[in-house]
Design a protein around this ligand. Structure first.
Ligand code: SF4
Length: 309
């Protein structure tokens, strides 16, 4: 398994940068990563709505630093299929273990929450459900359908797992017609065995390519975390691979270890480095590059697609 994973995780591109320098920025958390803790009325309204409908968000489960800003602007990323993940990625705070069966009321409750919050754009993601034969694809499709039925104006972005390469599952999600299909590549292929050992770099690239080959005509999107120990040329390689596989939008943000037990931070990138990565991504051909220290794949998601209003 280990050897096979290494081979499958080799980069697809030709490395094309000689600038490999990654000098440490600072050891302690820099100022630009500090956030304002503000629990305003909208924050509380979002929290109450979620609890009343028994819903989870990745904002809470993954300890996202943007939660105060996003909830206050009535934005949230719904986490469907429960809050227990069957994988054990070393960067993620979501609990691992044996999940409960999916809640059949969840798709409708997500739609109700969106109506109650008045959202014009929503991101829906899930824990990885390798225990389910379809990886939870039917649940994604049902949730998209319910959301579009009761909130026809709302743009729907799904951030999906790799379904272990089951492209029939991918097709059932695509057939539900989300507006944006997001699948995070997360890190460079060299670090996969240590950071997300149950995933596969080539499979994730293939997912994005196959989605378009299947006729998905919305935008595809992916995201990477930086600061895990990758080199600059490796990051550029990942960007090139994503573009080669038809990916339209990329998000780039600083990795923050959720605890001492999680994968350690190798270093903090400076705001200038994020700006540089943005220009590199645009030159490579992405239609949008969201690159900043606190960017997460759902941060300002609506704006990334060019939608207004
Ligand atoms: S960036 Fe995404 S995950 Fe984080 S709080 Fe905002 S919507 Fe939630």
């Amino acid at each position: 398994m280990g050897m096979q994973m290494q081979d499958n995780n080799k980069p697809q591109h030709e490395l094309n940068s000689s600038d490999n320098t990654c000098s440490a920025y600072v050891d302690r958390k820099p100022l630009h990563l500090r956030v304002r803790v503000l629990q305003g009325p909208n924050y509380r309204f979002v929290k109450n709505t979620l609890r009343q409908l028994d819903l989870h968000t990745v904002c809470e489960e993954a300890g996202c630093p943007n939660i105060y800003e996003c909830f206050e602007s009535k934005t949230a990323t719904f986490l469907i299929l429960g809050d227990i993940c069957t994988r054990n990625c070393r960067f993620c705070l979501v609990s691992g273990g044996r999940p409960n069966p999916p809640d059949p009321n969840e798709p409708l409750n997500v739609a109700r929450a969106i109506a109650s919050l008045g959202l014009k754009y929503v991101v829906i993601t899930s824990v990885t459900r390798d225990d389910l034969p379809d990886g939870g694809a039917a649940f994604f499709a049902e949730t998209i359908k319910r959301v579009k039925e009761s909130n026809p104006e709302c743009g729907v972005e799904v951030l999906i797992p790799d379904f272990r390469g089951n492209w029939q599952s991918l097709k059932s999600v695509i057939d539900a017609r989300p507006d944006v299909l997001n699948h995070n590549i997360e890190t460079v292929p060299r670090l996969y065995p240590r950071v997300r050992s149950a995933a596969n770099y080539m499979r994730s690239l293939e997912l994005l390519r196959v989605a378009k080959e299947m006729g998905f005509c919305g935008l595809t999107k992916s995201g990477v975390m930086v600061g895990l120990g990758e080199e600059k040329n490796e990051l550029i390689g990942v960007m090139a691979d994503l573009r080669q596989n038809g990916c339209d939008i990329i998000t780039i943000g600083q990795y923050l270890a959720p605890s001492k037990e999680h994968f350690p931070i190798a270093r903090y990138y400076s705001p200038k480095e994020f700006e540089d990565l943005k220009h590199i991504g645009l030159n490579i051909g992405f239609s949008h590059v969201e690159s900043a220290p606190l960017v997460r794949s759902s941060y300002h998601a609506k704006e990334q697609t060019g939608r207004t209003g």
